[in-house]
Write a protein of this length. Structure first.
Length: 456
């Protein structure tokens, strides 16, 4: 159980988010498949588990790197699959990734009950098995999928927020999620419930990121990608937005408001449990639905929940406007069901940490990278412009204006907020366009201006 200080801070976060989003009406069910599941079935699902979970394999955990052969092995041995996707170059989640690979007295016996797979190239994401458009937060460099031996999707694991890469996930959270997945997999009633993802069609053509209509144009605009040894997850996210721009379906809300937090609907979830409600904000959608502290979430959006990532995924797939999201939970062993009723604006959150936002495909480039200045964190803007290596600084577009790397930037276009680099870049890209005149003020009062060109 988390400490009181943590709970108080998370509830404060919930209140801040909910100041942006209150109740309204409207219904738009978001679900992976359309089969209706009766209340009595959900009551059974949320009740005591049946079946027996086998003892762990006596052999060491093997991290396979060939998904196709691993799937065949899972079918042969009738074991569930745990498939992780890791972007090796990224520092984010590196410690968590190492902990999963190394195992522990609590984690290893659970891993031994799965066919474990570790993939390290997002170019191999195949939508036949990994519905990453709707079930993966592509701004994260580590993500996990739980699959049946036939490749049906059970659930996902992963998470991050603006605070850190450890505030939404932990080893204990993964342990609890894996226990729930195993109980679900070995319940003899599971097939009759029909709550898992649809059966993949292995004989159908693969659908990977590089198979998308506009991938070649995307890579052509980014020649440095040709030097990469793998495709990064955030680049897949950028590709999806690039593709929507080319097709004329781009939506800025979709771009800036993915993967809402439980706090967006008024719920603070215990990180290590993954589903235990620690607090509910008064007058929030969760409070109106009847959810209380001490309840444990179990179903939402017609999907069984195994951990916090599953719940966030349901929120992610919900409408960007008004919606009613089906939800179920248990209290003292009894199942309860209701709806989270939300209105337009309910998804707003601090997402400047997302690379697809601060370094994505929307908005112009600043022309340099703002590195931390000597007075950052003291209440006002403080950056130094990184303009490339010394031999390349003369080629920087800001060099002709007189701006130099040693100068401390204290204001840009009248804003002097005490932002970090990502917050600043996100603000700049979302609030500027080609043709805008950008004016920078440095310590001492000197200013430098430049008009954003069509090409950089």
């Amino acid at each position: 159980m988390r400490n009181a200080g943590y709970n108080a801070s998370m509830l404060a976060c919930a209140k801040l988010i909910l100041a942006l989003a209150t109740l309204s009406l409207g219904f738009s069910a978001s679900t992976l498949h359309s089969a209706e599941i009766s209340t009595s079935t959900w009551q059974a699902i949320l009740g005591p588990a049946d079946g027996t979970i086998p003892k762990p394999s006596p052999t060491a955990v093997i991290w396979r790197d060939d998904f196709t052969s691993a799937l065949q092995e899972a079918r042969t041995r009738d074991l569930p699959m745990f498939v992780t996707w890791r972007c090796i170059p990224c520092k984010q989640c590196a410690d968590f990734d190492k902990g999963v690979l190394d195992g522990s007295p609590h984690l290893t016996p659970l891993l031994q009950r799965f066919v474990t797979v570790r993939m390290t190239d997002a170019a191999e994401l195949d939508e036949r098995f990994f519905p990453y458009r709707q079930f993966q937060d592509l701004d994260l460099s580590w993500w996990g999928y739980f699959l049946s031996p036939q490749g049906r999707l059970y659930g996902v694991f992963g998470g991050k927020d603006h605070v850190s890469d450890a505030t939404r996930i932990s080893e204990q959270a993964l342990v609890n999620t894996m226990r729930r997945v195993l109980a679900h997999h070995y319940d003899p009633r599971r097939a009759s419930w029909k709550v898992d993802g649809p059966l993949p069609t292995p004989d159908a053509p693969a659908r990977r990121p590089r198979d998308m209509d506009h991938y070649e144009a995307f890579e052509k605009d980014r020649p440095w990608m040709a030097k990469q040894t793998c495709l990064h997850c955030h680049q897949v996210g950028n590709l999806l937005h690039f593709d929507s721009m080319k097709k004329g379906t781009f939506d800025l809300a979709v771009y800036t408001q993915p993967w809402p937090l439980p706090e967006n609907v008024g719920i603070v979830i215990d990180r290590d449990d993954g589903l235990l409600v620690m607090a509910v904000d008064p007058d929030s959608p969760a409070a109106v639905a009847g959810i209380r502290a001490g309840d444990r979430l179990g179903v939402a959006g017609k999907r069984r929940l195994f951990g916090q990532a599953d719940f966030r995924g349901v929120l992610h797939r919900a409408s960007y406007g008004a919606d009613e999201i089906p939800i179920g939970w248990t209290r003292n062993g009894k199942a309860h069901f209701s709806k989270l009723v939300v209105r337009a604006g309910w998804r707003k959150a601090e997402n400047s940490w997302r690379k697809t936002v601060y370094e994505g495909i929307y908005g112009p480039h600043l022309g340099f990278f703002p590195i931390k200045g000597p007075n950052q964190g003291k209440g006002a803007m403080s950056f130094r412009p990184y303009m490339g290596s010394p031999e390349k600084q003369n080629d920087n577009p800001w060099h002709p204006t007189g701006l130099r790397p040693h100068m401390e930037i204290v204001e840009v276009d009248g804003r002097s907020d005490d932002w970090d680099s990502r917050q600043f870049l996100a603000w700049f890209r979302l609030n500027h366009e080609v043709g805008d005149k950008v004016t920078i003020k440095v310590r001492g009062g000197q200013t430098f201006s430049r008009t954003i060109p069509a090409e950089h």
